[in-house]
Design a protein around this ligand. Sequence first.
Ligand code: SF4
Length: 407
Amino acid sequence: MSSNPFSAPLDRRASVAVDVGGVIVGGGAPVVVQSMTNTDTADIDATVAQVAALHKAGSEIVRITVDRDESAAAVPHIRDRLARLGLNVPLVGDFHYIGHTLLKQHPACAEALAKYRINPGNVGFRDKKDKQFIEIVEQAIRWSKPVRIGVNWGSLDQALLTRLMDDNQKAGSPLSAQDVTREAIIQSALLSADLAEETGLERNRIILSAKVSQVQDLVSVYMELARRSDHALHLGLTEAGMGSKGIVASSAALAIVLQAGIGDTIRISLTPEPGGDRTREVIVAQELLQVMGFRQFVPVVAACPGCGRTTSTVFQQLARNIEDDLRANMPVWKEKYPGVEALKVAVMGCIVNGPGESKHADIGISLPGTGETPAAPVFIDGRKSTTLRGPRIAEEFQGLVADYIER
Ligand code: SF4
């Protein structure tokens, strides 16, 4: 038994690195954040706007639906419009049913995409399945593109599932129906990867995913998939749901797998609230990787939850404003001040924990709580620097944070 009582993430699983339009997935590279649009890809304006928003929020790869001729024809225009905006974000084409036809008939689309997603459960049925799968792989070889073999339990290869169910029954049903389904998901990914390699696609052009909608299914499927293969893995809980339920389910599932060293790129699939912001899923993915200590994207803002000692919501609003400011300015600041993302800011509601927490931050403020002198001490680099007073404490502290970064 180890003498160290504290646990740490396991070493990252060794996986084959895949170059997705200049972004490296796997091979020990930092875990990549990706997302997906929900616009009609044929609507070029709307898709460019959403890809740009997702990329600016931090999505390093963006997937778009390619479901018909009009959307395939739009893809090169979307890529070019983004490039003119200075956004060279790798675009992944999400293909179902007719991907083989669209890629053949739209070579400009095949060239413009940085990766093709193939769903082996619906690329074709019966005798056409392998033929159409191979046709997509041949396009990937022709255009030197990687593919993601993306199995989804909602569109699982039914012939494979039926065969495994029959085999299990003949063997006296040692596995539950749930476990046979998990096995079918894993085999669908691995058999498809074998077929892609037999067709001539190199290993460093194959990423696998096996998405399910339940946390325990995801954990067991990815643990086993990781054990049986060294392909780069894309993690994501599909149909995670809306609001806090979707965030909690995705975070719980992915955190367990990431802690085991498994996963090379993640997508958090959240159902947006009506009129909600699609970039939420990117921020959640970044926050998950950041709180787990795998990557640093934006400075941490430590804020207390508030309690009966706080007289107003000033400190909550201040914490929110600071966080929003930092996130908005980060692209510029990161270029000017390398390492700025490691900054720690504290915004605390009273003197109980305020000064202590503020001293541990690079810059922190302790706002006055109930019955305290209406003054807010500011700590910089662990030492009290100044005390703010009056109605403009929040604005002045925001100015001090900006000054600190500029210095
Ligand atoms: Fe309450 Fe003060 Fe603790 Fe914040 S720091 S939770 S205001 S006691």
